[in-house]
Write a protein that binds this ligand. Structure first.
Ligand SMILES: Cc1cc2nc3c(=O)[nH]c(=O)nc-3n(C[C@H](O)[C@H](O)[C@H](O)COP(=O)(O)O)c2cc1C
Length: 193
């Protein structure tokens, strides 16, 4: 089973990336060979905006194929648990995350992501995390993911988040939740066999 963490920050090793990687590390620490984790940063990736062509209603896949969206979207389609995180820019998600989410409209028509599980992560320096979380939750709810919870924290400079003990505790809690869920799913599959 696969847990995919995506940091939408343009700072490759920034605060959002740190929180997401902490969650993934805790999932791995809990142990289970059948649970795989992967981290993807949207930093350095070209994610063009949705052009609203609506062609994906027919094609069921985004018709813009000249950038990096497709490669990451394929990973989202294949994962069991998605952790999506964004830094707060003007009280909301950053542009890269918004572009990424908008392009998944192509997966929305047939609810290709429905039933997968999701965690959202938001970081801000002072204020605005609430709206960032709300936007991420809107994405999760629209696609009919099963929402597992969130992690939020405060930090300005890269690495500041490591001083936010509450956020770090939250990463452990959600990781335990993910691990329990996937372990139970695996156990259920074995009982059925
Ligand atoms: C363009 C821009 C807008 C920002 N807007 C906010 C904001 O509205 N509220 C806030 O508390 N911090 C804001 N910040 C600070 C970032 O949220 C903060 O530095 C965060 O730690 C960045 O996370 P990252 O390291 O994962 O990129 C802004 C930063 C930038 C570059």
């Amino acid at each position: 089973m696969k847990v995919l963490g995506i940091s939408g920050s343009m700072r490759k090793n920034g605060n959002t990336a740190i929180l997401i990687q902490k969650i993934l590390e805790h999932v791995t620490e809990n142990g289970c060979d059948e649970i795989e984790t992967e981290f993807v940063s949207l930093s350095g990736k070209e994610i063009k905006p949705c052009i609203g062509c609506e062609k994906c209603k027919e094609s069921k896949w985004c018709t813009i194929i000249s950038d990096d969206w497709e490669e990451i979207a394929e990973k989202v389609v294949e994962c069991d648990v998605l952790i999506l995180g964004s830094p707060t820019y003007y009280y909301d998600v950053c542009g890269q995350v918004k572009n990424f989410m908008d392009r998944t409209y192509s997966l929305y028509h047939d609810r290709k992501l429905a039933g997968k599980h999701a965690i959202v992560v938001a970081v801000c320096a002072y204020r605005g995390c609430d709206r960032t979380l709300e936007t991420l939750e809107g994405f999760v709810n629209s696609h009919e993911f099963c929402y597992l919870g969130y992690v939020n924290g405060r930090g300005y400079h890269v690495g500041d988040i490591l001083n936010d003990e509450i956020a770090l505790e939250m990463t452990e809690k959600v990781a335990t939740k993910i691990h329990k869920l996937l372990s139970n799913t695996l156990a259920g599959r074995k009982t059925k066999k």
